[in-house]
Ligand binder design. Structure first.
Ligand SMILES: OC[C@H]1O[C@@](CO)(OC[C@@]2(O[C@H]3O[C@H](CO)[C@@H](O)[C@H](O)[C@H]3O)O[C@H](CO)[C@@H](O)[C@@H]2O)[C@@H](O)[C@@H]1O
Length: 578
């Protein structure tokens, strides 16, 4: 089975979730969920075709016959420390299905082509033979601009050691943050097919990360996602924000207690010479945030809670104030059936609206994702305070992962990733990127693209049951799980990792794609790269010239030739500026 994507239980939502055995109650619930989803699938549909050829589809407020209208979002901005939480509602999420094409043949993509990542060929190259690679991030400043260092581009990835015998499905409990580097300023078509990344090894010295769990019971620790902040572009000090994970398992591999997830900071320094890049530091690990059970669900409330993936930024409207977005769940005891009419989001008298009771009866209340917000209380970013979530997805989806704030033309975009299998009963969508646009850091965020939220999905046939394996169910699109963990970079470039293409496991970087982003709409740029697919792992820095050390600058001024990266224009990629 090692080479085949394992069936993910429909209930998977946990920090350690996929690894905890499903109970009979869960199985019963999963059956209910399937039944509910089937009920929606047979809803009347006009036979809509995807809006092929339209660069910016815009949001259809007239709706699709047979489906509810999306929720009205006011587009109002609120104080960041206020208590307004925007909602990604069921009415919104149902727009994904409403805009899918019900009459494609089995196994074909049924979603609008401008919202779908082009298919990755099955003969993809691998970044490195020794490590599995998945979640990946770049060296960014407080505005999320991407930097190279002394002529090197650097990326940080969750890695698992293949030589230790770990298969791709074992990766989560053995995850370590590694780094790769390559010369900046070389066009994708002049690089090796796999992007030409050189593996630099692990970032955190062996055992250092475990200090966060001193005195607590655990048997396994892991390092999960993840962002890296260049503290001062004229200096080499960097701050890693990541998720410290600890699992407490018995001899048979069962979790005895809920896994612990701690958002953590560790400081280090980046170094580079002509030949390589290396890091020092990362020996001290400061726990920043544990879920409080008041604003963010904790392990006592739900052993399957999600709490991870910190991303920090400074709000241009509040200079000097630093915020963090992260993946969380709405606080409260798991299994309490309390989604509200606001979570459903139906407009008054919408003939296609579900009642709150119908939704609660379906068990959808087990899925309660939240995009969290915290504010830094000191300039060294070592003390943070929770603020109320920016967006909740109660009764819609259980996971809004790796959220990021992307500020462009005065608009505040939150991009996040989610799985098809973490949708609640009765709503459906592909694995991929979801986006929300607002007018400030805290807004009544509007889901992008027809009000649905879908920005970049894997090719998926929503007419087939969610949570099925390609191998067990050949109608399932063989690319429905081709990629995951997308990160939107300056210029709308999107990097991700390859999960499974035609039963071939990835564990490597996907081809980069490019989004056009305009107001509340986005579209895949099919003119970019080859039919929309750029280079594998093409992750260019967009601010190289400002981070060149005095040593390198000296050499440049003496006209010493040290390769293609020393001119100060090394990252003049015209398409990478926001
Ligand atoms: O490795 C942990 C980091 O990865 C993230 C984002 O990629 O969480 C992903 C998540 O999903 C993976 O596992 C699923 C179950 O095996 C699989 O279906 C999916 O394809 C994978 O990407 O990993 C956890 C643990 O399994 C699961 O809850 C997530 O959905 C990120 O959030 C983590 O920091």
């Amino acid at each position: 089975m090692a080479n085949i994507r394992r069936k993910k239980p429909i209930f998977t939502m946990a920090v350690a979730g996929s690894l905890i055995a499903a109970t009979a109650a869960q199985t019963a619930f999963a059956q209910t969920q399937n039944a509910q989803q089937e009920a929606l699938r047979v809803a009347p549909h006009p036979g809509m075709m995807p809006h092929a050829g339209r660069m910016f589809p815009g949001t259809s407020l007239t709706g699709v016959p047979g489906f509810p209208l999306p929720t009205i979002h006011t587009q109002q901005a609120y104080a960041p420390d206020g208590d307004f939480t925007a909602r990604w509602t069921r009415a919104d999420a149902l727009q994904i299905k409403a805009h899918s094409n019900p009459s494609v043949s089995a196994g074909q993509n049924s979603l609008p082509s401008q919202l779908i990542m082009p298919g990755i060929p099955a003969d993809f190259p691998t970044i490195n033979p020794d490590v599995w690679v998945w979640d990946t991030w770049t060296l960014i400043d407080k505005h999320a601009d991407q930097f190279s260092y002394n002529g090197w581009e650097v990326i940080f990835c969750l890695t698992a050691d293949k030589n230790a015998g770990y298969g791709f499905d074992d990766r989560h409990t053995h995850a370590r943050i590694g780094f790769f580097y390559r010369r900046a300023g070389i066009r994708a078509d002049q690089r090796p097919a796999n992007g030409g990344w050189i593996y630099g090894g692990l970032l955190i010295p062996e055992g250092a990360q475990e200090q966060v769990f001193k005195g607590t019971a655990y048997t396994i620790t892991a390092e999960w996602s993840g962002s890296m902040r260049l503290l001062d572009p004229r200096d080499n000090k960097v701050s890693l924000f990541y998720t410290d994970m600890a699992f407490n398992r018995d001899a048979s591999g069962q979790d005895i207690t809920p896994a612990q997830a701690v958002i953590t900071q560790s400081l280090g320094q980046i170094h580079a010479d002509f030949n390589h890049v290396w890091f020092t530091g990362f020996t001290t690990h400061t726990p920043l945030l544990r879920p409080d059970g008041v604003l963010y669900q904790n392990g006592a409330q739900n052993p399957y809670y999600n709490f991870r993936d910190p991303f920090t930024f400074e709000d241009p409207n509040h200079p000097g104030v630093n915020y963090m977005v992260f993946e969380g769940n709405t606080a409260g005891q798991r299994g309490v059936a309390n989604c509200t009419a606001e979570d459903l989001g139906y407009r008054p008298n919408d003939p296609h609206a579900e009642t709150v009771q119908q939704v609660l009866d379906s068990g959808a209340y087990y899925q309660k994702a939240a995009i969290g917000l915290a504010v830094a209380e000191d300039s060294s970013l070592s003390k943070w305070k929770f603020l109320t979530p920016l967006i909740s997805a109660n009764c819609v989806n259980d996971q809004t992962e790796r959220p990021q704030m992307y500020i462009k033309n005065g608009k505040y975009y939150i991009f996040t990733i989610s799985h098809r299998t973490t949708y609640a009963a009765g709503v459906d969508g592909p694995d991929g990127v979801y986006g929300f646009v607002g007018n400030g850091i805290r807004s009544d965020f509007q889901p992008m693209n027809y009000g649905s939220g879908l920005v970049l999905g894997n090719p998926t046939d929503l007419n087939q049951a969610a949570g099925t394996d390609y191998d067990a169910n050949p109608q399932q699109n063989p690319r429905a799980f081709q990629s995951y963990s997308h990160y939107v970079m300056p210029g709308g470039l999107v990097e991700s990792f390859i999960d499974t293409v035609e039963n071939r496991r990835g564990g490597t970087l996907s081809p980069t794609v490019k989004l056009g982003i305009h107001a509340d709409a986005s579209a895949v740029d099919l003119r970019y790269g080859n039919g929309g697919l750029g280079g594998y792992g093409d992750i260019p820095a967009n601010r190289a010239d400002t981070n060149v050390s005095a040593f390198i600058q000296d050499l440049i001024s003496q006209n010493v030739s040290i390769g293609p990266n020393t001119t100060g224009q090394v990252n003049a990629f015209v398409n990478t500026n926001k």
